[in-house]
Each structure stands twice: as structure tokens, then as C-alpha cells.
Design a protein around this ligand. Structure first.
Ligand code: BGC
Length: 375
């Protein structure tokens, strides 16, 4: 109660001091988890009417209302109406923070400092997105709303104990979501550890720029600032090679309709696009490189993804199965896409990939911006 009181004070003070407009941070109940914890829903707005809602379960983005070319808002991310939906079979990492190691680890095995570790195999025969019971998408995070001149948002914190889901070291993690008046949602990650451990965090929203629940994203137009990718075996584990996209269905260096060349990929293990692309580094002063742009010709919405990370997983929602989400809407196969900025899959077992090992005394940092505009 005390914390919420001070948050409201902070919001009021910000409004008075900085004349921040149309920003509200009002936590409300999001239901109870199966083990009786009270989940909350936090709302953030910007002066253009954009609204983002988050829950502390999984440091998850629940709703994101974005204007189209006529200024009409639509919620462009998949999700559920309360926390019980997020605990159901229908939840395929919707909007969550994935970790401690997002993406795959071959056979759930790796070694750090000469010691071997085994983590749960939950995506036969590999480990996916950090584990089974206490992966970062499933735990409750401490949430602290803020409102300031540069934007408003939520700071989420979680301390992952040594040995949780089989990973070494106590990891202190912070994920800060900021919505600003340039219609950007920025996600900043920070982590420290007391023992060497692999860390690879990502954001797992499923986007449909025509609005969540619209039938397909195969009509969206994608550009990737990526001339190469990491080829994989049938279980989506990289071979360790970096291969050019030129002449393949993965060449999005020029804007291309997503569905145009997907047919041959539907017959592969990935059932469509589910690939890690190597981002062509621009090294701008901000440290952020534009990795991807998605354009929806129907609504005119454009989403630009910028990041400090070396890779981006483009997943075309191939395993969505018609589960019912927010407002009873059905989420059909390939009706939403993920663009997950991260290190490459199975980096912990691939010495030639940029390292995901965080050591005591070092700081993990990662920034990802989803910026919305129209054309
Ligand atoms: C992976 C997919 C997986 C999905 C789970 C994505 O990040 O690349 O293979 O099915 O997450 O929802």
C-alpha cells in the first residue's frame, strides 16, 4: 500500500513539475495465480493516446494500443484477460520476458568454468526459454511504476536464486519498460551475478499490426537489416555456421511480404519462419541498430525494432493453434509474429558465437525499442 501511495505521489508530482500529459499509472487487480499470489495490471499512456499494460507475472506486456493511419487505436499484441490465461496451456510465452536463457540450449546441457550443467528439456530434445516451473516468464516480478519527462513505465525486478531451473549463480535482473511520446516502447535489461552463468533475455510479444485476433500476419511486409542467419538442424539448434540469406526465403534485406515465400518453409521442422538472423551492425552513437521494420498495408501501422543485441529471432507464430485470448478472440496459426532481439540460440555451446556468459563483476545490458509510426 505504502509503495502504491508513493507511486501516486510521484505521478502527481511529475504531472505538476514536468507538465507530463495524459499519463496515468494505475495498478489494478489481474486475478490470483494458482498458488494464491495477487497479480497486478499496470497501465501506462502517452500523449498520443498509446496505452501499454503490463503484469508482474513474467514482467509481461499484456496490451499495446497503437494508432493506425487514421488515428484509430488497436491492441496489437496477443494476451489474456487475466493471470489465469497466462497460466493456461494456451500461453506460448505471450508478451513475456524470456530467460534466464531465452531460445534453445542443445539437449539442455552446457558447461561453464569446466563444470557441467543440465537444465530441463522442455522442447524435445532441447531446453527452451529458461525452464519449466520458474523460468522468467512464470515468476512474479517486483513492479515499480514511474512517470518522468522522458516517458512513463514500469521497472520490474527479480532475483533468481543460485540453482534455479539448474542455472548457476544468483542473478539479479531488472527489466524497465518505458513508453514515450515518440510512440516508442523501450525495454532496458540489466543483470548481475555472483557466479559465471549464461544469460540471454528477450521480449516475447506476438504482434499483429491489424490488431490481435486478426487472421494472419502473412500479409505484413517485413524488412530485416540482416544479410546472414544461423542455420540449424531439425531441432532448431544452430550448426555454428553463419550463412548468407541471399537467394533464400530468408532474404528480407529488401521489404517483402511475409507470406510470399513461406510455402517451402512450412514443410520444414520450423513450420514457417523461426530463424535467428544476424543483425548488420550499424554502430550508431546511441548503440541501437535498426534490426527490423514491419509494415501492415491494411492499417498503415509500421513497427521498427532497434536493439543493442547481435541477433533477432523472427518467428511467424507457426505453433499458435486457435487458442482463445483477450476478449475471446481466437489466435490462429500464423496470426501473429515475434521479433525477439537476443544473442544467438545455443550460444553457450557455440564458441564462435558472441558469448552469453555473465561473470561476477560484469553487467549484462540489453536495449530493445519497438517504435510505432504510420504510412
Ligand atoms: C521460438 C519458437 C517457439 C516459441 C514458443 C519462439 O521464440 O523460436 O520455436 O515455438 O518461441 O512460443
Amino acid at each position: 500500500m505504502a509503495r502504491f501511495a508513493s507511486v501516486m505521489l510521484l505521478t502527481t508530482a511529475s504531472l505538476a513539475n514536468f507538465a507530463v500529459q495524459a499519463i496515468a499509472v494505475e495498478p489494478r487487480s489481474f486475478g490470483k495465480t494458482k498458488d494464491g499470489k495477487a497479480a497486478k495490471l499496470y497501465t501506462v499512456k502517452n500523449k498520443n493516446g498509446m496505452i501499454a499494460k503490463f503484469t508482474d507475472r513474467g514482467a509481461t506486456l499484456v496490451e499495446l494500443h497503437v494508432p493506425d493511419k487514421n488515428g484509430k487505436l488497436a491492441d496489437v499484441v496477443l494476451g489474456f484477460d487475466d493471470v489465469s490465461g497466462y497460466e493456461s496451456e494456451g500461453n506460448q510465452y505471450f508478451g513475456c520476458t524470456a530467460g534466464r536463457v531465452a531460445n534453445r540450449i542443445a539437449k539442455g546441457k552446457f558447461s561453464v568454468g569446466g563444470k557441467e550443467y543440465s537444465v530441463a528439456v522442455n522442447n524435445e530434445p532441447n531446453a527452451l526459454h529458461g525452464g519449466v516451473k520458474r523460468s522468467f516468464d512464470k515468476v512474479m516480478w517486483n513492479a515499480m511504476p514511474f512517470a518522468k519527462r522522458g516517458g512513463s513505465g514500469i521497472q520490474f525486478r527479480y532475483v533468481s536464486p543460485d540453482g534455479e531451473e539448474g542455472y548457476p549463480g544468483t542473478l539479479k535482473v531488472e527489466v524497465i519498460y518505458t513508453l514515450d511520446d515518440s510512440n516508442s516502447l523501450t525495454i532496458s535489461y540489466h543483470a548481475t551475478t555472483d557466479q559465471a552463468t549464461p544469460v540471454n533475455l528477450t521480449h516475447h510479444s506476438y504482434f499483429n499490426l491489424s490488431g490481435a485476433g486478426t487472421d494472419t500476419v502473412l500479409d505484413h511486409v517485413l524488412t530485416l537489416n540482416c544479410k546472414s542467419y544461423t542455420p540449424t538442424d531439425d531441432t532448431l539448434i544452430p550448426s555454428g555456421k553463419i550463412a548468407p540469406v541471399r537467394g533464400t526465403e530468408l532474404d528480407f534485406t529488401k521489404a517483402e511480404v511475409i507470406g510470399k515465400r513461406i510455402k517451402s518453409l512450412i514443410e520444414t521442422a520450423a513450420l514457417g519462419y523461426d530463424h535467428n538472423f544476424v543483425i548488420d551492425q550499424e554502430k550508431p552513437a546511441s548503440g541501437l541498430t535498426t534490426a527490423a521494420t514491419v509494415y501492415d498495408p491494411t492499417s498503415g501501422r509500421v513497427m521498427t525494432v532497434m536493439t543493442t543485441e547481435p541477433g533477432i529471432q523472427f518467428y511467424s507464430g507457426n505453433f499458435l493453434f486457435g487458442q482463445k485470448g483477450k476478449g475471446g478472440k481466437e489466435y490462429k496459426k500464423r496470426s501473429a509474429l515475434c521479433l525477439e532481439t537476443q544473442h544467438y540460440p545455443d550460444s553457450v555451446n557455440q564458441p564462435s558465437f558472441p558469448s552469453t556468459i555473465l561473470k561476477p563483476g560484469d553487467k549484462y545490458t540489453h536495449k530493445c525499442v519497438y517504435r510505432f509510426s504510420n504510412k
